[in-house]
Write a protein that binds this ligand. Structure first.
Ligand code: FES
Length: 253
């Protein structure tokens, strides 16, 4: 394969091979992986998600956006002869020879119920709903477990110091996969706690976004109903064209 080929081209190419069928003689490199304990030989260019589909698995759980945003494809693996357990997103990680893979479609962590409109903008709210953060022993296991490489231990410290902004900033890219909580020896549910922190900061810590308020009012007053109806009736090809045009407009601005 041409070394100049971009990653996106290679992924698109790999996707195509999964969808259209693949001719073994066209594949230069194969790797051996184990899925739920069963061995499969798969093309080395595939992501874990694609390799599982190539091996015959059909996803009902453990797959969503396929682009690293939804957190549904959390996967753990270990390689033969290694002690370390790796946590990754299956849609973002290429297969490697000797991977033993297990999907984690859902982290069974406790999620508190609250109403941010009745809570006070006070760091105590974090301890009220997630008191276990005081048990943090700064082992950094959470940070090491994060497939997004977020500084999770640091944002737990921000939460303990009552720094909503630091917490919101450091956890902004969290996709709620739950791998941090699964590995934490202090049984902290980092990602749910951080979500509460971001919600509080968004509601009380930054000035109200007036353009957003105006747009929500317009939607409530049904200003865009006609346009929505038009879009809903569009043929898929026309819809794709419109989407590309809008993307281009955004690039111009
Ligand atoms: S499928 Fe959404 S993050 Fe992987």
């Amino acid at each position: 394969m041409n070394k100049e080929t971009s990653i996106m081209d290679r992924i698109a190419d790999a996707n195509k091979s999964v969808i259209t069928g693949i001719d073994a003689k066209d594949i230069e490199n194969w790797v051996m992986i184990h899925i739920m304990g069963k061995a499969y030989e798969v093309p080395s260019e595939l992501t874990i998600l694609q390799a599982m589909e190539y091996s015959g698995y059909r996803f009902i759980r453990s797959c969503g956006c396929r682009a690293g945003f939804c957190g549904a494809c959390a996967t753990v693996y270990r390689k033969e002869g290694e002690y370390k357990l790796h946590g990754v997103l299956a849609c973002q990680t290429k297969v490697e020879d000797g991977m033993f893979l297990v999907q984690i479609p859902f982290a069974p962590a406790e999620k508190s119920c609250y109403d941010i409109t009745v809570e006070r903008y006070d760091p105590a709210v974090l301890l009220k709903y997630y008191p276990e953060i005081t048990r943090c022993v700064s082992c950094n296991t959470c940070t090491k477990a994060c497939p997004q490489e977020l500084q999770i231990m640091d944002y737990i410290q921000s939460a303990l110091k009552g720094d909503f902004e630091g917490l919101a900033d450091a956890s902004f890219d969290c996709i709620q996969c739950g791998l941090c909580a699964i590995r934490c020896p202090a049984e902290i549910v980092h990602y749910h706690m951080a979500q509460l922190g971001r919600r509080m900061f968004g509601k009380y810590g930054i000035p109200e976004e007036l353009n957003l308020k105006k747009r929500v009012e317009e939607i409530e007053n049904r200003v865009y109903d006609e346009e929505f109806q038009k879009i809903m009736k569009m043929a898929p090809e026309d819809f794709k064209t419109l989407y590309v045009e809008k993307q281009k407009e955004r690039e111009v601005y």
